[in-house]
Design a protein. Structure first.
Length: 493
């Protein structure tokens, strides 16, 4: 009877935390329209499957799994922002379940409760739970895979091995940082039970099933010098990454950690092996990525390190729960939730102040254009233009000229733009090529999309010198950050 009561009490508390977490997520105001990374992800899924795979092997930052999930949802349920973003929200919620299960197995129910509060109040996770990007999926798969590894280390069962392989393999086919999660799991096996051949075989099977894709990717990939991959990581980037792990909460988290460590020394109730396991899962991916980035830059703060975040959360919860006092644990949990509500409301207030966004100014441009008009899409301004004009059902394909020309082949890469910043000769060639294209088409009007950067003024000067300016569409301030800084309308030649 007591056991039944305890089980009911446990799941009542867990359910209550889930409800609070889902409420926080529901109150969090997303971007009113897609950020360009979201549009690029959706636009990419309109290609044939073989083309998607080929592009990802040559120049993609992610393996194919997430794109195929997005493509499936888009085909079945539609391509609206709300539908596609819901996928990330669901992975965020599922991730909370596995965070609780792993934390409970490691430190008991109270560690599980605090972990769940930390998970659902973490703004880094909430931010990506509202976007069409793979980061919620990465965090979910990271903790789910590690949970089943922990179960295997407690006692081998084939069902645990199967789930470990499935979740681990899904992670490897979602993002290459998951290789570092896999590495941390190998380190854990070596620390805890290096002679456990059954678990080793499960790891081997997982790695073997990813090996063909991984080898082909290494041999074919040629995009290291473009976009976010430029430059080795430094300590300031590492500090920035850690700042996201408790956005808006670092004061309370830091104090709680210090008090928890004091309690751990006082009560001597920290199990060293469990602390090592959590430490490996948290530290190995971050440090490995940092070291690899000194040779092959792969480190971008505020994104892929999310794979290590679940273990940071559980480690913090484990430390806090070493003081076995309900008032202490409840006070920390309430403060964490209050800090997060403050973050959510502040972000929502800022978002509501925005007067314009990409969808609105693209709609304004479309309303002012016709079938014979051309759009010159500078840099990454193509992402939201392509997504939203597709949604507008124009009844015709808009006529597009990409600038630089290389953007037509790699519309989701900053590489072609950055190449012009480094090479004045190439910039002049691209400008001359653009003018030749404008002269060769019979355009009624030309709509030039530009960005607030160093290259855009050169394009504007070129068209100002050779065409008659008719009008401008400028986003009203304050507005959502965008790659569309201004649309200038010219008469065609």
């Amino acid at each position: 009877m007591k056991l039944l009561f305890r089980l009911k009490q446990e799941w009542v508390i867990v359910s209550a935390i889930f409800l609070v977490g889902i409420s926080i997520l529901a109150l969090s105001v997303p971007f009113p329209v897609f950020w360009i990374d979201e549009s690029m992800a959706v636009n990419f899924t309109y290609q044939a499957n073989d083309v998607m795979i080929s592009d990802l092997l040559v120049s993609g930052a992610h393996p194919p799994l997430y794109y195929f999930i997005v493509k499936t949802i888009r085909i079945v349920f539609g391509d609206t922002e709300a539908v596609l973003r819901l996928v990330s929200a669901l992975f965020f919620i599922f991730g909370g379940l596995f965070v609780y299960l792993l934390a409970r197995d490691i430190g008991g129910k109270k560690t599980g409760y605090i972990s769940l509060v930390l998970w659902f109040s973490n703004y880094f996770l909430i931010f990506y739970a509202k976007q069409v990007r793979p980061y919620s999926l990465m965090a979910f798969l990271s903790v789910a895979s590690s949970y089943f590894l922990y179960k295997l280390l407690q006692g081998f069962k084939w069902k645990y091995a199967l789930w470990y392989i499935i979740f681990g393999l899904m992670g490897l086919y979602t993002n290459y940082w998951f290789v570092l999660v896999f590495l941390s799991q190998v380190v854990i096996l070596l620390i805890t039970d290096r002679k456990n051949w059954k678990v080793l075989w499960a790891m081997f099977a997982q790695g073997l099933l990813f090996l063909p894709w991984g080898l082909i990717y290494i041999l074919k990939f040629n995009n290291y010098e473009s976009g976010e991959f430029i430059g080795p990581a430094n300590l300031s980037m590492l500090r920035e990454s850690l700042s996201y792990f408790a956005t808006g909460q670092w004061l309370i988290v830091s104090l709680a950690i210090l008090v928890g460590i004091s309690g751990a020394f006082l009560f001597r109730n920290v199990e060293a092996l469990k602390a090592k396991i959590l430490g490996c899962l948290f530290i190995v991916p971050i440090v490995s990525a940092f070291l690899i980035s000194q040779f092959i830059p792969i480190y971008t703060p505020g994104r892929r390190e999310i794979v290590a975040l679940p273990f940071f959360i559980i480690l913090v919860a484990y430390i806090i729960s070493r003081i076995d006092d309900r008032r202490w644990q409840a006070s920390v949990s309430i403060l964490l939730v209050l800090f997060t509500f403050q973050n959510v409301f502040d972000r929502g207030a800022m978002t509501k102040e925005w007067k314009d966004n990409d969808k609105e100014i693209i709609q304004n441009a479309v309303n002012a254009s016709g079938k014979n008009d051309y759009y010159i899409l500078y840099g990454l301004s193509n992402a939201n233009f392509i997504y939203y004009t597709r949604r507008m059902n124009l009844g015709y394909d808009p006529k597009i000229i990409y600038f630089p020309e290389g953007m037509s082949q790699r519309p989701d890469s900053l590489g072609p733009i950055q190449a012009l910043e480094k090479d004045g000769v190439k910039l002049n060639y691209e400008l001359e090529n653009l003018l030749d294209k404008i002269k060769s088409v019979k355009a009624g009007k030309i709509f030039l999309f530009t960005h607030d950067d160093a290259i855009s003024p050169n394009v504007v000067d070129l068209l100002d010198s050779n065409l008659k300016k008719m009008d401008e569409i400028i986003p009203r301030d304050p507005h959502m950050g965008s790659w569309i800084g201004k649309i200038t309308i010219y008469e065609g030649i």
